[in-house]
Design a protein around this ligand. Structure first.
Ligand code: HDD
Length: 690
């Protein structure tokens, strides 16, 4: 990002940026340092002296480098960018300018995360992904702290510590890391049926995103837009990725966790560095206040969606991420989201999960960032001006002039005083009720939408969900917990419960508890996702000496021209010799990589090359595994000879594209479509080892 692309936030950050390249070493007091390799000692073999201020400063700072990781969402990756509304059509519904001023680019920082694992855990675990956006608007910061699933595990924030304690590693031995496949989580789940809908999402491939750039985001709760006259409209926020919503498969994720634990983080970083800026569309579901009770669920219940077929998602603007942070700790780690950061025109509802979050986020930042001045940390500072009566506290960075840190005052001319028309005014909701600890009966149906989700899945999505339940519950030792979950699943769908029971050694339920209502919502399935681009897809070319260099060159340049990222892999790094004696550069040696790190594989022709690959276990396994994981496989000319030892069945419909005569034109059309389809999950691969 250069010149005019720089946002106001970017320019503000310049004041905090430091570039030490070309500078000599100093202490924190600015004293030049003569030696940072030897401490000051009384004699060459003598004790280190207390007066070595450089030594003490260096060690002390190091000793205090760590801050507490986030209690949830500890592992994350972030980027800067901007949000831009399409038009002014929301102006009649909200005072929020950033949503309704055409052409206004509001700077943002987005942090994606996993939930359960600690900072050093793997990216590709089965988990919810956080999708938190800080909009630095001219009216102040607005934080949309969402997830990649539209519902949540619990209905009331008071249950959050229970849920998190259950899903985190077990307290006696801190096992397992970043995994929900253990007794305590499923114990909680079976006893707390409101988790059922979210567990369906968690067991689906939504929990295994291929990329942060290919997952949806949801504000989850019902919020409120408020217009200039104080009229409210219920709203649900949706992010839709431009590249479509796509997932990995379970076996793949487990292997990636070892081969490249930074898979999603690296993907985001590399896409932005390479100029393929991730883009998402913001969509809103809008419900007039008078329709609050028009649904068979409660809008205030965060375990429910509003089916898109009932209330369509209205596209309102786009989010583009175009700059990586300069320093992970300073920016991605220190960014502090808070649900209560709203701007005029956006307000809360009485969703009890939302209400509890309004307390938790500020509270957690105080311990995590060490005091009440964390909003002054550069990444957290709004671009709107800040004037307040807050003073002092740890790490106060500002020098507030004047005498009157109170209101009303006469000494500083009464300022700062409450703003007039520009001020945030809370939605004037009339509230009338008794103080009671009670859940509304309208929150009572815990299964109907879990069934809706199940009914909406394609055949292969259902297979993956069943396999996920079997895997997770297969790791649960306590039989009564497994039985409890199956009992709850029988409320969702009888066939589902029976299939899961059969895989985990508990008795299958004899009959359905509730008849499946038969309703579905096609928008919930990933089977209908757009499959029209190969942009940023990673494609491996397997080569050895004797490869047909024209195949490598021809296929690579075509795919690279369409935005794909191509790498040439061989048994060793360096280069291989082409069939015509030319040099073909190798990007990476096979032992340093794996098929799970790619979206597709091409075997170019050149009989000598293909025969050598067929004798190389790494190469054969590469192709077999890619096939098993449903990836596009292309073989040009003699490349086809590798498919048999790799147990690949040639079938264009299933994304295995060959060109026996070596004709590239027709091959490229079919192969491009096969890669754009993301995965081919309907291949008969059960017998294939990988
Ligand atoms: Fe939360 C972090 C999303 C319920 C308490 N949450 C956190 C982050 C995301 C979410 C994306 C990471 C932000 C970042 O990148 O820094 N949380 C959600 C969603 C929820 C939700 C979508 C339900 C709809 N959260 C929730 C509840 C509570 C919390 C009910 C507590 C009552 N969440 C926290 C927290 C965290 C947090 C403890 C940990 C670190 C942080 O806030 O900054 O306050």
């Amino acid at each position: 990002m250069t010149g005019d692309d720089r946002t106001e936030k970017d320019r503000q950050l310049d004041a905090a940026r430091v570039d030490q390249r070309g500078s000599f070493l100093t202490t924190d007091q600015g004293i030049p340092v003569d030696d940072t390799d030897n401490s000051l000692k009384a004699g060459e073999r003598g004790p280190t002296l207390m007066e070595d201020f450089h030594f003490r400063e260096k060690i002390t700072h190091f000793d205090h480098e760590r801050i507490p990781e986030r209690v949830v969402h500890a592992r994350g990756a972030g980027a800067y960018g901007f949000f831009e509304p399409y038009d002014d059509s929301l102006a009649s519904l909200t005072r929020a300018e950033f949503l309704s001023t055409p052409g206004l680019r509001t700077p943002v920082f987005v942090r994606f995360s996993t939930v359960a694992g600690s900072r050093g855990s793997s990216d590709t675990v089965r988990d919810v992904r956080g999708f938190a956006t800080k909009f630095y608007t001219r009216q102040g910061n607005f934080d949309l702290v969402g997830n990649n699933m539209p519902v949540f595990f619990i209905q009331d924030a008071v249950k959050f510590p229970d849920f998190v304690h259950a899903v985190k590693p077990e307290p006696h031995n801190e096992i397992p890391q970043a995994s929900s496949a253990h007794d305590t989580l499923w114990d909680f789940v079976q006893l707390q049926p409101e988790t059922t809908h979210m567990m369906m999402w968690l067991m689906s491939d939504r929990a295994l995103p291929r990329s942060f750039r290919m997952m949806q985001g949801f504000g989850v709760h019902t919020f409120r837009l408020v217009d200039a006259g104080g009229r409210g409209t219920f709203v649900k926020f949706h992010w839709k990725p431009k590249l479509g919503t796509h997932s990995l498969v379970w076996d793949e994720t487990q292997k990636v966790a070892g081969k490249d634990p930074d898979f999603n983080r690296r993907d985001l970083w590399e896409a932005i560095e390479g100029g393929a800026f991730p883009e998402y569309e913001l969509g809103l579901q809008l419900v007039p206040e008078e329709d609050e009770h028009a649904f068979d669920f409660d809008l205030l219940d965060a375990t429910k969606i509003i089916p898109e077929e009932q209330v369509p998602v209205r596209p309102v603007g786009r989010l583009v991420l175009n700059r990586n942070p300069d320093n992970f700790f300073a920016e991605t780690e220190q960014i502090a989201f808070h649900l209560a950061n709203v701007v005029p025109g956006i307000d809360f509802t009485n969703d009890p999960l939302l209400q509890g979050r309004l307390f938790s986020y500020l509270d957690t930042q105080l311990i995590r960032l060490g005091g009440p001045n964390f909003p002054q940390i550069p990444v957290n500072r709004p671009i709107a001006e800040v004037h307040d009566h807050h003073r002092d506290g740890y790490h106060q960075m500002l020098i507030n002039k004047g005498r009157a840190a109170y209101h009303p005052n006469s000494l500083d001319g009464g300022m700062p005083e409450p703003a007039g028309e520009a001020a945030y005014t809370h939605y004037q909701e009339r509230v009338d009720g008794h103080k009671i600890r009670k859940r509304s009966e309208s929150f009572g149906d815990h299964y109907g939408q879990a069934t809706l989700f199940w009914n909406s899945m394609a055949d292969w999505e259902r297979e993956h969900i069943i396999a996920a339940f079997r895997f997770e519950l297969g790791k649960v030792d306590a039989r009564h917990i497994r039985e409890g979950v199956v009992h709850n699943l029988n409320e969702v769908d009888h066939d589902l419960a029976v299939s899961v029971a059969e895989g985990i050694g508990v008795d299958a339920p004899g009959q359905p508890l509730t008849a499946n209502h038969g309703r579905s919502s096609p928008a919930l399935s990933m089977d209908h996702e757009p499959a029209d681009t190969v942009a940023t897809r990673k494609i491996a070319f397997l080569v050895a000496d004797g490869v047909d260099a024209a195949h490598v060159q021809g296929v690579m340049s075509d795919l690279a021209g369409k935005g794909a990222v191509c790498e040439v892999l061989a048994a060793r790094g360096g280069a291989v010799r082409g069939a015509g004696g030319e040099e073909v550069t190798v990007t990476r040696a096979l032992p340093t990589t794996a098929s799970v790190l790619f979206d597709a594989v091409v075997v170019p022709g050149g009989e000598e090359s293909v025969r050598a690959l067929a004798e190389d276990g790494d190469a054969v396994h590469f192709v077999t595994e890619a096939y098993k994981h449903g990836k596009a496989i292309g073989a040009v000319g003699a490349g086809e000879l590798l498919l048999e030892p790799a147990r690949v069945v040639i079938n264009r419909e299933q994304g295995v594209v060959t060109s026996p005569g070596g004709d590239l034109g027709e091959f490229l059309t079919s192969f491009t479509a096969a890669v754009a389809a993301h995965r081919h999950p309907r291949r008969p691969t059960r017998q294939i080892p990988a």
